[in-house]
Ligand binder design. Structure first.
Ligand code: GDP
Ligand code: MG
Length: 597
């Protein structure tokens, strides 16, 4: 295909603003799917159907289109649109020359959309602003057109207005895409260079790698080289999605499509890497490949200890499809055998946990998430702490560094006060506040990542009745007054409850944890002190009073079989108990103490 007639674009939108519905209309208008075969969210559904053995996602759909009698090829490239995968989003943006900014005309722009818009502007994409759902009675197209125009610096009249539902305005949008988005440019004679912008594991075919060819071409049966790992593979199949996968002989300059090479894990074919020819390799990769680094760690333990092998297998399987997921086995005195898992962020953590529980039928307990700390000792040595139990206990600590993020919150102006207050209590430093329109604001804060990983988003939602949206981005690290708080039962530390917290919050954490455990742990045959301590210094204390729990006392002599039954019952109950030193703690107490925050 002549690059001059190719247009590569993506759609940037918040969830539910209508991306899938708009894609449906485009498939219909371009004649790729006829009205009879059309079903709602066509590309999403194919994802599940696995037609022809390939997991089809809407990564890169090729649509023929004609404007003024001239044929064009439109490639619609999907973005993995969520906060934790900023790096992957930026890679898929690099595969395009333009972006459709799609905003619900009844809602206005959301924080993550704004963040992705900024990424697209940074990547020099041509932006086409579009308001969707103009058929809704609650739509306020004039108001939100002004808002978008203010953000991207255009005239409100340049914001297109469509209804993906009725199809109104969609043809005009396609015409704008053809007319305004630049054609791709590349060197057809140069050694091949293609950017991997997505990579998906498929049970039958192994990894399906989505690429955008920048220079040269990639063909069937050729040996390719992954530039970051130096691994070589044979191309078993090359094709385009239109809307089903279609084999082609080659992908040339400006084209997008997929490769199948028989690799079995997405980490062998990573987003952001450059594919070149093994025989005639390019000397330089496309823009720098970046390894995704975990930002948040948590311990995950099966509630039933027998499920440990199932959890291990589940993690192995998830990793096939998630290059960013890292894990290591760990043991906890309180929780038994489990794994310490590294996540890119909160959303990633939620998704992984949900998939483990749902797809693998596991009941899991997770420790409170923590960020990565860099502890610098007075002798100059350094410890990277991903688990509070690794916090150095001997030697003098000079400084502790914690990661910070730049957070952006979009919300109705009436909530400014409560949002500022929330950020202030989370050790935030305000960076800016701008009105997007007369009643919506953008608030920017620098915050310690540790202060938002736990319940910040929930707190924000409840303070703003769900109207605020949040996005955040790594912003380096800072030295902070941090301490490790241990929780001791009868003098023995319970590892799962240790936490690294800011000095000003250590007391609150200690008092809350001790109080909670007092409620959750049953009385023992002896008095059990619960203490919260920083090193050797106790900062909070509670006591569980002793009880003599003699089950046999209730059986007034006589009935031997009944006595035996009771003893057996008591034994069974003990199995679900964990011993912390001499103290018996029911598993449920750990679960409850950790899950309520
Ligand atoms: P996505 O999450 O961005 O892919 O959004 P969907 O395409 O799944 O749309 C979310 C919801 O909005 C669905 O219930 C759609 O039917 C509805 N929707 C999408 N576009 C329009 C539109 O133009 N008008 C109306 N009234 N509803 C729409
Ligand atoms: Mg969708």
């Amino acid at each position: 295909t002549d690059p001059a007639i190719i247009r590569n674009f993506c759609i940037i939108a918040h969830i539910d603003h209508g991306k899938s519905t708009l894609a449906d209309r485009m498939l219909q208008l371009t004649g790729l799917v006829d009205d009879r075969s059309m079903r709602a969210q066509y590309l999403d559904r194919m994802d599940i159907e696995r037609e022809r053995g390939i997991t089809i996602k809407s990564q890169a759909v090729r649509m023929p289109y004609e404007k003024d009698g001239q044929p064009y090829v439109l490639n619609m490239i999907d973005t993995p649109g969520h906060v934790d995968f900023t790096y992957e989003v930026s890679r898929s943006l690099e595969a395009c020359e333009g972006a459709v900014l799609l905003v619900d005309a009844a809602q206005g722009i959301e924080a993550q959309t704004l963040a992705n818009l900024y990424l697209a502007i940074d990547a020099d994409l041509h932006i086409i602003p579009v308001l969707n759902k103009i058929d809704l009675p609650s739509a306020q197209p004039e108001k939100y057109a002004a808002e978008i125009a203010g953000i991207i610096g255009c005239d409100p009249s340049e914001v297109l207005k469509v209804s993906a539902k009725t199809g109104e305005g969609v043809r005009e949008l396609l015409d704008h895409i053809v007319a305004e988005i630049p054609a791709p440019v590349g060197d057809a004679e140069a050694p091949a260079r293609a950017l991997i912008f997505d990579s998906v594991y498929d049970t039958y075919r192994g990894v399906v790698t989505y690429v955008r060819v920048v220079d040269g071409e990639l063909s069937h049966r050729e040996r390719i080289l992954m530039m970051s790992t130096k691994a070589t593979h044979e191309v078993l199949e090359v094709g385009v999605i239109s809307p089903e996968p279609k084999k082609v002989d080659r992908l040339a300059v400006g084209e997008t499509g997929y490769l199948i090479t028989g690799v079995k894990e997405v980490r062998q074919s990573r987003v952001g890497d450059t594919v070149t020819s093994a025989v005639r390799p390019a000397s330089e990769a496309l823009s720098g490949y970046q390894h995704p680094n975990p930002m948040v760690y948590a311990g995950l333990y099966p509630i039933d200890g027998d499920d440990f092998p199932v959890l291990r297998e589940a993690l192995e399987k998830l990793q096939l499809n998630d290059a960013a997921l890292t894990y290591e086995p760990e043991t906890s005195g309180a929780l038994g055998f489990g794994f310490r898992i590294g996540f890119l962020g909160l959303l990633h953590m939620e998704i992984v946990r949900e998939r483990l529980e749902r797809e693998f039928n596991l009941d899991l307990i997770s420790t409170a998430p923590n960020v990565v700390y860099r502890v610098i000792m007075e002798d100059g040595s350094e410890h990277i702490v991903t688990n509070p139990s690794e916090y150095p206990t001997s030697g003098k600590i000079a400084e502790v560094h914690e990661p910070v993020v730049k957070a952006t919150i979009l919300a109705p102006a009436e909530y400014i006060g409560t949002i500022l207050e929330l950020c202030q209590t989370r050790r935030g430093i305000q960076q800016g506040l701008d009105y997007l329109s007369e009643d919506r604001v953008e608030i920017r804060y620098e915050l310690p990542l540790a202060e938002i990983v736990f319940d910040f988003f929930d707190a924000l939602k409840s303070r703003t009745k769900g109207y605020a949206s949040l996005d955040y981005d790594e912003a380096g690290e800072q030295a902070a007054d941090l301490v490790k708080v241990d929780i001791l039962l009868h003098g023995d530390p319970v590892d799962a409850f240790s936490a690294i917290v800011h000095k000003d919050k250590a007391y609150a954490y200690g008092i809350a944890m001790a109080g909670k455990l007092k409620e959750l742990i049953p009385r023992q045959q002896f008095e059990v002190p619960i203490q919260a301590a920083i090193g050797a210094r106790v900062i909070a204390r509670e006591t569980i009073r002793a009880i003599r729990k003699d089950v046999l006392a209730k059986c007034y002599g006589g009935d031997i079989s009944r006595k035996r039954k009771l003893l057996e019952k008591q034994k069974e109950g003990k199995k679900r108990m964990k011993m912390v030193g001499r103290v018996e703690v029911p598993q449920e107490a750990f679960v409850a103490a950790l899950s309520t925050g």
